[in-house]
Design a protein around this ligand. Structure first.
Ligand code: GAR
Length: 218
């Protein structure tokens, strides 16, 4: 699967958030007032809940936002279709799950498969799911980190775009999950910005599990 050939217009990004939105902020800061230079612009921010800092960041940046809550829909499938429709309304080239704590369904993947990326706070395929940092700590790993990957129909199983490594030290106790997560997020924000920028500027190919940046059409 290949992305469309890079055009001169910046790629359109919809970013999905559930929480503090510091990864969204890193993208906003990197794009700044030069979307052409970065190769992408954020056209909307979506969330699965209201009243979160991530949405406030979007509003401060003057971006349109939308909220699509599971509990407002009769079934998970209906929620998924509504999220897909709301996202599609902004005609994104790429959709970025930046701390979006929901698993999307068939409809969303049918529309955005191959251009939907996620950032996860562990070195996949180890420690997928909602508690990557806690699970890695509990396992006693010596290194952990973060993974930017395409989303497929599994939980954090899609092709890997980029990974960053963080050492786990003796000071990282089970109670220190938040501190370790913060160290991971420092690396993660840079990794996400670099990965999104390269996907947008250089194009990419997905061959099986391998993601090739650039060289579209080769
Ligand atoms: C990030 O560390 C991201 O990897 C994680 O939530 C955090 C969001 O931070 N996502 C997951 O755990 C998904 N399984 P942010 O709201 O400050 O960007």
């Amino acid at each position: 699967m290949a992305s469309p050939p890079p055009s001169t217009a910046p790629a359109r990004l919809v970013v999905l958030v559930s929480g503090s939105g510091t990864n969204l902020q890193a993208l906003l800061d990197a794009i700044g007032d030069d979307p052409e230079g970065f190769g992408a612009q954020i056209v909307a921010v979506g969330a699965d809940r209201s009243g979160i800092a991530g949405l406030e960041r979007a509003e401060r940046a003057g971006l349109p936002t939308f909220v699509c809550r599971v509990k407002d829909h009769a079934t998970r499938e209906e929620w998924d279709a509504a999220l897909a429709a709301a996202t599609a309304g902004y005609r994104p080239d790429l959709v970025v799950s930046a701390g979006f704590m929901k698993i999307v369904g068939k409809e969303f993947l049918a529309r955005f498969g191959g251009r939907f990326i996620n950032t996860h706070p562990a070195l996949l395929p180890s420690f997928p799911g909602a508690h990557g940092v806690r699970d890695a700590l509990a396992y006693g790993v010596k290194v952990t980190g973060c993974t930017v990957h395409f989303v497929d129909d599994g939980v954090d199983t899609g092709p890997i775009i980029a990974q960053g490594v963080v050492e786990v030290t003796e000071e990282d106790t089970a109670e220190g999950e938040a501190a370790l997560h913060e160290r991971i997020k420092e690396i993660e924000r840079k990794l996400l910005v670099e990965a999104v920028g390269r996907l947008a500027r250089d194009g990419y190919r997905i061959e099986g599990r391998k993601v090739h940046l650039g060289h579209v059409g080769e």
